[in-house]
Each structure stands twice: as structure tokens, then as C-alpha cells.
Design a protein around this ligand. Structure first.
Ligand SMILES: *[C@@H]1O[C@H](CO)[C@@H](O)[C@H](O)[C@H]1NC(C)=O
Ligand SMILES: *[C@@H]1O[C@H](CO)[C@@H](O)[C@H](O)[C@H]1NC(C)=O
Ligand SMILES: *[C@@H]1O[C@H](CO)[C@@H](O)[C@H](O)[C@H]1NC(C)=O
Ligand SMILES: *[C@@H]1O[C@H](CO)[C@@H](O)[C@H](O)[C@H]1NC(C)=O
Ligand SMILES: *[C@@H]1O[C@H](CO)[C@@H](O)[C@H](O)[C@H]1NC(C)=O
Length: 679
């Protein structure tokens, strides 16, 4: 739980003096504390009566700004060359969780003291995703960043960087001190316009160290306008810190005075957990005993009710919510808020109490104990996956056997609803939307397979795991089953996870998920989206319809247009549809080595249309005989999901590949199928 921000009323105020001199053009100003209020505050920033300026507290996704109220001339009127400037300021960052800061604080020189449109989180309240890197931003910032954002190439989660119109730093160095220690830290930033060099110093003392931590040769004249605002910005995201400022000196064309840290307001000592002191204090034996009993009782209570904290949680990763927050957000996991139910648990709509942001909260129930443990260990890295076609995990909470996963809310729900929905009012997905979804999912899988730091297998690509955002972009969700394995390492899994119709034939035999098994599932998805039919359709009597066989039939007969979803009424782009069929059929190849990689698929779908890139055989491919057909008896099913038990199975006698077993029409399941394979 975030400690609430409060200062003792009788906190010593006597030493706080505000020096301030009106600024004509190139003078200086000094703030020893921000008590006078002569600073323009924005966002949630506020100054308290001790002179401490708090830019953000520990609530998610906040922005705090503090700017000098009037713009300052930064260029010589004569020739437009920039002035030199120098500044020193004292700040402290207190993170919500001891080792997890979020996100950071920046000294900024900008064309605006309000920074309209700026975003919190990794954008530090300075820019947004649209204006990043635009020369018209006129933004100079020195960031003190406590989160490593891969998106911006951050070097670590404790660095100082110089940012020009961008959050990808033009120069950055690891901070020599722990920025989120809560200690008061002084930073000095000097720009020498004659040498065109920017220097940054950092220390926990009042004296400027001999050597800067960062020296960057840069001409700031394109960044500066004649007049600019100077100030600070800080933000929180999924991780949150309180960002404080205690004093600030600034001088144009001269050296700003260092701040005397001892004369500045400071935060009260953190009042947490001084049990040791309590025990050491002279006390009668009885008092001690009582205290010890109370403490033991309290500790016992804490341990019994605490959210379970994993060691990795303290290292990195997405935000950990507390249980109460999520319970409140979902109105106590009310049935009315239920968005859906998958094989691994129920999904609820929630509204975060702080930000009023909508989220989807997946409650992984303790019945599915298997995998839960390993999965928990992977949240830290899964939570850092970032791609516009992935549903982002925002955080989690673990309480006893329950795991709660918090995802971005996708207003349009899952793809299968649209493809097969019986609701006559659900909008029809037009061809451009369908093709866009296929490309989006391909891009997401390419990212998972090849572009992230590890190979990530999704393992459960299917229409109900593709969610549609507000603009009907396809976003792959539910990494509940994804497992990481290091590039090149042999995956040694013996559990087959997947959904019938999407399970590659070799996966059912070997139990080994590979990128090629994801590609197979993607192929099934593509055909599904184009044809508007499930991979294994049970309704089309007398025989069930195996989509890929049926499409092959149409394809080889040159009548593939007939396979396109009739609900499109013939309105589709013929070339795109042909590309989609080729991709779908090729990805559904029974021999893994013959399936294209996601890179090839994405390329083909993207610039595509060079048909030779994915040449199809003239007749449906087979495994080339000897395929080991697997029946239900071969599996020891280890996942007692009700949907699984409802399904009735028969082992297939048809040796053609791609069919693992069949289920009858009763099985309108949603959840993944999990069973152990005899490896
Ligand atoms: C605040 O600073 C501005 C800009 O220098 C100045 O004009 C104004 O008088 C100051 N206000 C107070 C209350 O000190
Ligand atoms: C943080 O600030 C916001 C906005 O001022 C406020 O709504 C929220 O309650 C504060 N959170 C804490 C933990 O003080
Ligand atoms: C700077 O900001 C002012 C006021 O918001 C605006 O009118 C002006 O166009 C901006 N200049 C540039 C170059 O962006
Ligand atoms: C940069 O910003 C300007 C003004 O907002 C806008 O007109 C221009 O299109 C932007 N350029 C790019 C490349 O986004
Ligand atoms: C700073 O970095 C941004 C983003 O990497 C780049 O676009 C820009 O050209 C760089 N500016 C300078 C002056 O190096």
C-alpha cells in the first residue's frame, strides 16, 4: 500500500527563505524551497507549507510540472546564437516499492510551460507518441530516469540522459548515485555556448564535484527559440514514485550557485518499521513482552493476509496492484462485470480507482494450479512486452493461490465474436478490417518470435485470443500460456497447450512448442478470418468441416473465391484475399520446416503480392507418410477444465495431418486444451 503523503505539522520551517530576484533578461533566480509559490505548477504538482514541491505522488499515471512563470531569453537578439546557462537543483525520488521507481524527473527547457498533450509514464510528462522527435517541439531535457524503457533504448533503470525533442536520449550515462534512494540529490547542468558543451554533475552533497558525469558536445541553437520556459516535469506510470524538489538556482551567462542542502527543506525521515529501536528502547520486561506479542501477532496477521511477494517483483517489471484496489476496481469481482471466461479463469471489467482507467482483470483461479507457478515467474518479462498489436499487461496481483492479471481494456472484445457471433447486431468486419487484423497479428507474432530479447512463443493463437481495440485493430492477448525460452535453448516442455484446430500435428506428437507451431496456429487463424468459419466446423453436417482441407479443395480447383466469407457479399480485395489464402495454407503445412517464418509471413503480407515468395504446391501437402496418429488414449489429461470434460472425443482414423482428434458439436468451448503428451 502506498504510504500517504503527510508531513508533521510542526516540521521546522524556520530555515526556509525564498530568494527571488525579478528577471529582466539574463539574470538569475534562486529558490531555496518553493514556499512563495512563485512558480507555475501543472498537473498534480503542489508545494506544501514547508517549501517542498512535490511533482507527483505514488498514484499511477500522473504528470507534475513546475515552470518558472515567465519565459526567459535564450538567444542573443543580435545573431540568434544561444546563451550559456547554468542551473543547480535538489530533488529526491521516493518509489512506491523500494526498488521500483517510476518513471522519473526531468529538467526541461521548452516553448510551453504547460506542455499540452504530454503523456505520463515513459513520456515523463514532456511529449506524446505523436510529437516525439518532431523538430517543432523545441524541447531540451535532462532526464533522471528510474525505469528502463526498451522502446527508447534506455541503458538501465537508473540513468541520466540528455533528450532533444525526443525521449530516446541523445546521450546517457548510468547515474553514479541511486536516484530512487529517497536521499536528497543535487544536480548541476551547465551549457557553455562558446564551446557548445553541456555538462551534468550529480551528487548527494552541497558541493559540485570536480568532474561531470556527462559531457555532451551539442549545438542547442536549433532547439532554442528566442524565449523559452524553464522548469521540471515528472511522471508516474505503472510504477510510481513521489518526485520532490527542494531548491533550484538558475543563472543565464554565469554559474548558478550550488544549493546548500542543509538549509533546504527536507523530507521527514521515513517513519516505517523501527521495530529494532522499539525493542532496544529501555522498557520493562513486561512492556517488552507485550510489545513482542503484539508484534508477533501483527506479523502473523500480515503474513496470513499479505499479497504474496515474489523476489523478482522487487527487481523489475510491470506494476503490482494491491488486492483491495482490484477488488474495488471490479466491484468485488461482480458477475455483472464479467467480460468472459477462458480456460484459465474469468475476466472482469474494472475501473482503476485512481485514474478511472478501464482495465480487464483476469482472475486465474486456483483450480488451474499447474503452470501458475511457472507463469508467475515469467510475469516480470512478459509484462515488459510492448507492441501495438499486443494487449499490454499492466500489472498483476498475487494473493494466496489467486493470480490477478491486469490488462488494457479492449472495448471491442474478441475477434471470434464478430466472425461467428450469432448476434445480428454485431457489426460485420469488412475486408480491410480483416486484412488489417491479419497483418497486425502477424506483426505481433514476429515481434514475439524474433524481435524481442527472448524468443516468446504465444502457444495459444486463436480467434478468441485476438482482441479488437477501439479502432478495430487486432491485438494478440493472453500470454497466460506463453513461455519463454532462450534463443537456441532446447525447449523441454512435455505439456501440450493449445486449442483443437490450431494445434500443429507435430505438437501433438512431440509436445514441443516451437515458433513453427505458432505459425501453424496463425495459419488456421488466417483461414478462419478470411472464410468466416472455424478451423473445425462441427455444424456442417454430415461431415465435419476441416477448414484447411476444404480451402485446399477450393484452391486446387481454382475456385478459392468461393471460400471467402459469404457475409462479405463478394466485397473484398481479390489480390489481398489471394495473398491471405497463400499465407494461411502455407502456414498450415503439416511439415514444420515447410512453414514460412513469421518474418517471411509479415513481409509477404506487408509488401506482399510477389506471389513467388510463398509458392504453394499444386496439391495439398502431406507429411509424406508414417505420420504417427495420436488418439485421445495417448494423453493423460492433466487439466480438469469443465469445458474439456464436456468435449467428447474420438481418435481419428484418417491419417491426414492436421487433425489430432475430433470433438462433436457439443463442444463450443472457449478455453485452451491442455494435456500431457507422452514424451
Ligand atoms: C513572480 O515572478 C514574476 C516573474 O518574475 C514577477 O513578475 C512577479 O512579480 C512575481 N510574483 C511574486 C508574487 O513574487
Ligand atoms: C496523488 O495525487 C492525486 C491527484 O492529486 C490524488 O488523487 C491521489 O489521491 C494522490 N494519491 C496519494 C496516494 O496520495
Ligand atoms: C511556441 O509557443 C507559442 C505559444 O504557445 C506558439 O504561438 C508558437 O508558435 C510556438 N513556437 C514554435 C516554433 O513552436
Ligand atoms: C511536426 O509538428 C508540426 C506542428 O505540430 C506538424 O505540422 C508536422 O506535421 C509534424 N511533423 C511530423 C513529421 O510529424
Ligand atoms: C537526438 O536524438 C534523436 C533521436 O534519436 C535524433 O532524431 C536527433 O537527431 C538527435 N539530435 C542530435 C542533435 O543529435
Amino acid at each position: 500500500m502506498a504510504p500517504s503523503f503527510s508531513f508533521p505539522l510542526l516540521f521546522s520551517l524556520s530555515l526556509i527563505i525564498l530568494f527571488f530576484s525579478a528577471l529582466s533578461q539574463n539574470d538569475e533566480f534562486q529558490f531555496a524551497g518553493f514556499k512563495s509559490g512563485n512558480i507555475t505548477l501543472g498537473g498534480v504538482a503542489e508545494a506544501d507549507n514547508t517549501g517542498i514541491l512535490r511533482l507527483t505522488n505514488e498514484t499511477l499515471r500522473l504528470i507534475g510540472h513546475a515552470f518558472y512563470p515567465v519565459p526567459i531569453r535564450f538567444k542573443k537578439p543580435a545573431d540568434g546564437s544561444p546563451f550559456s546557462f547554468s542551473t543547480a537543483f535538489a530533488f529526491a525520488i521516493i518509489p512506491e516499492y523500494p526498488k521500483l521507481g517510476g518513471h522519473g524527473l526531468a529538467f526541461a527547457i521548452t516553448n510551453s510551460s504547460s506542455l499540452p498533450g504530454a503523456l505520463p509514464s515513459q513520456y515523463l510528462g514532456l511529449l506524446n507518441d505523436k510529437n516525439m522527435g518532431n523538430a517543432s517541439d523545441h524541447l531540451f531535457a535532462v532526464e533522471f530516469d528510474t525505469v528502463q524503457d526498451f522502446e527508447f533504448g534506455d541503458i538501465n533503470d537508473n540513468h541520466v540522459g540528455v533528450n532533444l525533442n525526443n525521449l530516446a536520449s541523445n546521450k546517457s550515462v548510468p547515474a553514479p548515485v541511486n536516484l530512487k534512494s529517497g536521499e536528497t540529490i543535487q544536480a548541476w547542468i551547465d551549457y557553455d555556448s562558446a564551446r557548445k558543451v553541456l555538462d551534468v554533475w550529480l551528487d548527494t552533497s552541497s558541493a559540485k564535484p570536480a568532474h561531470p558525469i556527462l559531457s555532451y558536445a551539442v549545438d542547442l541553437s536549433p532547439i532554442f527559440l528566442d524565449e523559452m520556459y524553464v522548469g521540471f516535469s515528472a511522471s508516474t506510470g505503472l510504477l510510481a514514485s513521489s518526485h520532490y524538489l527542494f531548491g533550484w538556482n538558475f543563472k543565464m551567462n554565469g554559474a548558478a550557485k550550488s544549493l546548500d542542502l542543509s538549509s533546504l527543506p527536507s523530507l521527514p525521515k521515513q517513519k516505517k518499521k523501527n521495530y529494532a529501536l522499539l525493542i532496544a528502547a529501555p522498557a520493562s520486561a513486561l512492556l517488552f513482552l507485550i510489545a513482542a506479542l503484539i508484534a508477533a501477532g501483527y506479523l502473523f496477521y500480515k503474513i496470513k493476509t499479505a499479497d504474496v511477494i515474489e523476489t523478482w517483483e522487487l527487481v523489475t517489471g510491470p506494476h503490482r496492484f494491491n488486492y483491495k484496489e482490484l477488488k474495488h476496481a471490479t466491484k468485488g469481482f461482480r458477475e455483472k462485470e464479467l467480460l468472459g471466461q477462458g480456460g484459465f479463469g474469468k475476466v472482469y471489467r474494472g475501473v482503476l480507482p485512481g485514474t478511472k482507467e478501464q482495465v480487464a482483470v483476469k482472475r486465474v483461479s486456483h483450480e488451474s494450479k499447474q503452470g501458475l507457478h511457472e507463469f508467475v515467474a515469467e510475469i516480470a518479462s512478459i509484462g515488459r512486452l510492448r507492441h501495438r498489436n499486443l494487449v499490454r499487461m499492466q500489472g498483476w496481483c498475487r494473493r494466496r493461490a489467486d493470480l490477478l492479471l491486469v490488462y488494457e481494456y479492449m472495448p471491442n472484445g474478441s475477434l471470434d465474436k464478430y466472425l461467428f457471433g450469432r448476434d445480428p447486431f454485431s457489426p460485420m468486419l469488412t475486408w480491410p478490417i480483416r486484412f488489417g487484423i491479419i497483418r497486425g497479428v502477424a506483426a505481433a507474432l514476429l515481434y514475439l518470435h524474433e524481435e524481442w530479447e527472448h524468443v516468446v512463443l504465444h502457444r495459444d493463437v486463436k480467434a478468441s485470443n485476438v482482441l479488437l481495440d477501439g479502432e478495430l485493430n487486432g491485438r494478440l492477448g493472453d500470454f497466460g500460456l506463453a513461455k519463454l525460452y532462450e534463443r537456441g535453448a532446447n525447449p523441454s516442455t512435455t505439456r501440450v497447450v493449445g486449442t483443437l484446430g490450431y494445434i500443429a500435428p507435430e505438437l501433438s506428437r512431440t509436445g514441443k512448442a516451437t515458433p513453427a507451431t505458432d505459425v501453424f496456429a496463425f495459419g488456421a487463424l488466417v483461414l478462419e478470418v478470411v472464410c468466416g468459419r472455424r478451423p473445425i466446423e462441427t455444424k456442417s453436417a454430415p461431415d465435419e468441416l476441416v477448414l484447411v482441407d476444404w480451402v485446399w479443395e477450393k484452391w486446387t480447383a481454382g475456385r478459392w473465391r468461393e471460400a471467402v466469407d459469404p457475409r462479405l457479399s463478394g466485397v473484398f480485395d481479390g489480390r489481398e484475399a489471394e495473398v491471405a489464402f497463400r499465407v494461411g495454407l502455407m502456414c498450415s503445412h503439416p511439415v514444420p520446416a515447410s512453414r514460412p517464418s513469421m518474418r517471411a509471413v509479415a513481409k509477404f503480407l506487408g509488401d506482399g503480392f510477389s506471389a513467388e515468395a510463398l509458392e504453394l504446391p499444386s496439391s495439398p501437402p502431406t507429411t509424406g507418410g508414417g505420420s504417427h496418429e495420436v488418439g485421445f488414449e495417448d494423453f493423460v489429461h492433466s487439466y480438469p477444465s469443465s469445458s474439456f470434460e464436456k468435449a467428447s472425443w474420438s481418435s481419428s482414423s484418417d491419417p491426414s495431418a492436421g487433425k489430432v482428434g475430433r470433438r462433436n458439436a457439443a463442444a463450443e468451448e472457449e478455453g485452451p486444451l491442455v494435456y500431457s503428451s507422452p514424451v
